[in-house]
Structures are given as structure tokens and as C-alpha cells.
Design a protein around this ligand. Structure first.
Ligand code: UDP
Length: 239
């Protein structure tokens, strides 16, 4: 018998880079398919799923600002990039029969619903996957912070941060063979040691509101479902 889910409502944060696959830019159709199928499997377990996708595969505000662009303008471009990724994932999910809603923090009613917290909660209750697009709607923030914020607003049980490594290590596991993975960390460990989990604004927000963060590797087949069902694959960050 398949394991029962540990969480009733999750917020899954995917980086934009996760969508680009090996091509190094944009959205890789194969990666999109895999993610959509894995999300579909989790929805089939009765778990309510909210998603936040980054935009780093298309545009990063900070990099553009470093080359001389006004930071706020660059960040708005970054937020628009997350809308493109959100629409791509919505399409992939709906092609697999998963009902979804994209809710944008920047109003663009022709392509997405405006973000309204109560409406988002209602969609989740009805079993629709809600994709939160355009980050927080504010420059100088990241989609990690948007993920923490939305997770709290819709009372998700956990913020699942999908990465390319299977958790948080004491040093870069790609460079050091003796790198050790932490099974569990406190928010303070992450902040004090400057561990690469999410930016400090996002971590602080989770800490102040006791929202657990699960960092796991999304590249393993079926990992999203396995983590949702309680397998200890990555690193849990909590109080
Ligand atoms: N961004 C922003 N405010 C937000 C979320 C995102 O200004 O609330 C911009 C910012 O420029 C960022 C870009 O959108 O660089 C893409 O998001 P992010 O870098 O977090 O994506 P990821 O690294 O997860 O792909």
C-alpha cells in the first residue's frame, strides 16, 4: 500500500533554473513534463499543492542591476519572468488533467487571476494547484521570500524547497568529497552559519512564524511524493 501523505497542504518552491534542464536557458519541455507528472502524483494523494517558481532561467534582477540597470526595473523584469514560467507549468499540468490557477502578484488579468488570499485558499480547498506568480510583487525581494510569504498566508504545513542537491551540506558537495549532509538544522544554524538554503529574509520570515522548511533534491524520480510522504531525503529546517 502506498504511504499516506504527512502533509495536508504544501508550498513547493522551484527555482527557475530547475526548469531549464541541460540547455542552460529557458524552459526544457522534458523537465516540465517530469515536474508536472510528479505534482500530479502528489495531488492524487489528496495533498493540496501551491507552487512558487523562480525566474532565474530567464532573467535575474540582481545580475541586470550589476551591469548598470536600475534595480527596481530589473526586478520587475525578473517578476515577469516568473509569470512566464508559471504559465508554462500551468500548461503542462493542465495537459495532464490537473486543475490549476495562476495567481499573479502583479495584476495582468488577461493571463492570470490577481492574487487574493481568500480566493487562493478556496482554490486549494477545491483541490486545484495554485501557482503564485510574480513573486511578492515588490522589487528587492526574491521568489524564496515570496514562497515563505505565500506559504504562511495560505497556512501551508511546510515549505518544500526543491534544489539540485539532496539537502544542506556543511560545504559544497560538488567540490568536497567529505561534505556532510545535515538531516536537521535550526533556523538560527542557517542564519548564523550563512548556509545556502534560502536568502536571509525568507529564513527570518519562516523562523518568526515557525514554518518548517524541507530542502530536498528534485532531480530524483518521485522525490516530491517521497518527501511529502515523510521519507527523510533532505534537510529539515525548523526551530
Ligand atoms: N523578484 C522580485 N521580487 C520578488 C520575487 C522576484 O523582484 O518578490 C525578481 C528578482 O529580480 C529575481 C527575479 O525576480 O532575481 C527572479 O526570481 P529569483 O531570482 O528568486 O528566481 P530563482 O533564483 O528561484 O530562479
Amino acid at each position: 500500500m502506498a504511504a499516506a501523505p504527512r502533509y495536508k497542504r504544501i508550498l513547493l518552491k522551484l527555482s527557475g533554473e530547475a526548469l531549464q534542464g541541460a540547455q542552460g536557458y529557458g524552459v526544457d519541455a522534458e523537465v516540465l513534463r517530469t515536474i508536472a507528472e510528479e505534482v500530479k502524483d502528489v495531488v492524487a494523494l489528496g495533498v493540496e499543492v501551491a507552487l512558487v517558481i523562480g525566474g532565474g532561467n530567464i532573467f535575474r534582477g540582481l545580475s541586470a542591476a550589476a551591469s548598470g540597470m536600475d534595480r527596481a526595473s530589473a526586478d520587475y523584469m525578473g517578476m515577469l519572468a516568473t509569470v512566464m514560467n508559471s504559465l508554462a507549468l500551468q500548461d503542462a499540468l493542465e495537459q495532464r488533467g490537473v486543475y490549476t490557477r495562476v495567481m499573479s502578484a502583479i495584476e495582468m488579468k488577461e493571463v492570470a487571476e490577481p492574487y487574493i488570499r481568500r480566493r487562493a485558499t478556496r482554490h486549494l480547498e477545491k483541490g486545484r494547484v495554485v501557482i503564485f506568480a510574480a513573486g511578492t510583487g515588490n522589487p528587492y525581494f526574491t521568489t524564496d521570500t515570496a514562497a515563505a510569504l505565500r506559504a504562511m498566508e495560505v497556512h501551508a504545513d511546510v515549505l518544500m524547497k526543491a534544489t539540485k542537491v539532496d539537502g544542506v551540506y556543511d560545504k559544497d558537495p560538488h567540490k568536497h568529497k567529505d561534505a556532510v549532509r545535515y538531516a536537521r538544522l535550526t533556523y538560527l544554524d542557517v542564519l548564523a552559519r550563512g548556509l545556502n538554503v534560502m536568502d536571509s529574509t525568507a529564513i527570518s520570515l519562516c523562523k518568526e512564524n515557525s514554518l518548517p522548511i524541507l530542502v530536498f533534491n528534485m532531480l530524483g524520480r518521485d522525490n516530491i511524493r517521497r518527501v511529502v510522504c515523510g521519507e527523510e531525503l533532505g534537510t529539515l529546517v525548523c526551530a
